[in-house]
Design a protein around this ligand. Sequence first.
Ligand code: DGJ
Length: 691
Amino acid sequence: MVLDTTGERLARVVHWGADLGADIDLDALVSATDPPLARATLDVRVPVSLVPERAAGYRGRPGLSGSREGLAWSPSLRVASQEWAEPEGGVVMAEDPDAGLVLRSELRLAPSGLLRVRHALRNTGSDTYQLDELACLLPLPAVAGELLDLTGRWCRERSPQRRPLGQGVWRREGRHGRTGHDAPLMLVAGTPGFGFRAGEVWGVHTGWSGNAATWAERLGDGTAVLGASELLEPGEVRLEPGQEYETPWLYATWSDRGMDGLSAAVHRWLRARPGHPRRPRPVVLNSWEAVYFDHRLERLIELADAAALLGVERFVLDDGWFGSRRDDTSGLGDWHVAEQVWPQGLEPLIDHVRGLGMEFGLWVEPEMCNPDSDLYRAHPDWVLGVPGRLPPPWRHQQVLDLANPDTFAHVRDRLAALLDEYDIAFLKWDHNRGLVEAARAGRPAVHAQTLAAYGLLDELRSRYPDLEIESCSSGGARVDLGILARTDRVWASDTNDALERQAIQRWTALLLPPELIGAHVGPSRARTTGRTHDLSFRVATALFGHFGIEWDVMEGTAEERAALADAIAFYKRVRGLLHSGEVVRGDHHDPAAFLHGVVAPERDAALFAYVQLATSVAETPGPARLPGLDPERRYRVEPVPLAGGPVPAQAEPPAWLAEGGVTLPGRALATTGLQMPVLQPEQALILHLNG
Ligand code: DGJ
């Protein structure tokens, strides 16, 4: 990134993209990037500064919007001080004394190439300043002519959508009070036709779990930007004299090798964080799809015994263990173990699980309550809503007002009491509704609620530093780097249908490395879609995340359980590679198949999956190119017959497969590729490479 920090105004972004080298003549670069003045327009050049201003002539969506009852609506910020350290970034202070505003802008560039930007605005005036929007914007070059972002719904999170970037605004808004099933995850702009492995691309992500907007805008003057901000409701942020508002971090990446390069920069940055999970990701068994609300000690003990025999390392008790929570209509908010179903408390189960050598995990949904709960009956004023009416119900529940210190303290203390009483290594932290008309004292409340939820997580984490937390929200509706600054993995989706999961995990990995993506083997007939899948396909799908099981394994045959145990043993052998290597996704020629994998940091090993999603049009699917390998290194490629391996649909397999493998240099594997077998749909071939 090159910034022009000369002059009084906020820095202009001269270049965001390829490393231009340390010896670049910056004056020459500034001169080379200075646009001409067109006719019949402003007589001055209008830069895309860090916070583009109307006062400078900017005619797109401005960086800062707000006013003092209609005044001070168009600030003209002048730089007061700036500190830069190359290449890490810096801080700029700018002010407009007439408008009574001071802006602090911070840019951080990580060695992985990930850029983080945020701003903070302080009201130095003598009356209230209503902030409507403070955005982080970065300019795009003219070659970025196509956009990709993600959208979706419950059980179909993170579906890609593409469009050309013409003049105008493509803006994605999330007003769910949580990140949302339909969140863009990353807005990518690139050279038309960009893919996972090709094209020059620029991507942004907002690290925020409340309301947010992300957009791309191309102006009539030819400039284009990517932008993002917290989405504020009318009057939501009113800065009294001396008060400050800070934006979420904008995470921005660039790559000249397609979207895999964007992912690699984010993954490397995440993995370098001091708080990134370091222990091998334990194999999980979650009780939800095995027993739902039917909690019976004997049954759960049997499940735990079966899990331990398979090699499971963490047993998680899901929803239904507390208060009157026998279904989803009541009890939420009453964080006391249900005496009716657990007369001796959770101890007998936890002791048993611990005795089997597994960790114990527990489901909670701390931000919510059912109106049919002791909590709500005692404190009806603790929920968010406009006075006199409750927001429309969603899964029979309402949202607790965590910005109320009494509510916050109550929830924190109940969770702490559980964590003190029981040997709990892991919380599955759920959040099962969108926030609609969320208000406290009549005012919009999502901003304060999001910060309060972060505060609750932060307090618990500092008190219980070894506790791991999963971010779940009706499946994958809270997947963002704001929540991941205080949690250890996400539940990517409530669908355990392996076919759906192939796409969901592929696109979730645009932002997150596999070790942060919970991926479980579900029952053979998927509960959410009714599709039936072989164990081999379910295992091959869950393998590329943080592996677990969400199935009453006693339903499986003895043969299936033995195969699952073998698959778990294999996961344990390869999780070091899977959770440290680079994620690669081929731009495979056949739309009926996916090719993806993980290549070890030293590029001496890799694991790939060739996934037959549907039937291919061609008789034989053709060769798959295995990208991301060391071109000079020779690799031994061998199929891994997980749980019986994929069912073939061919007279004879390709020669190399019939011979049990092949040894070729990375260059050949990436260019000529390997002929793939003809597979039945919804089957996957796993390949292990060693070089
Ligand atoms: C929604 C989650 O996504 C599920 O995995 C499960 O925990 C249920 N909530 C429990 O109510």
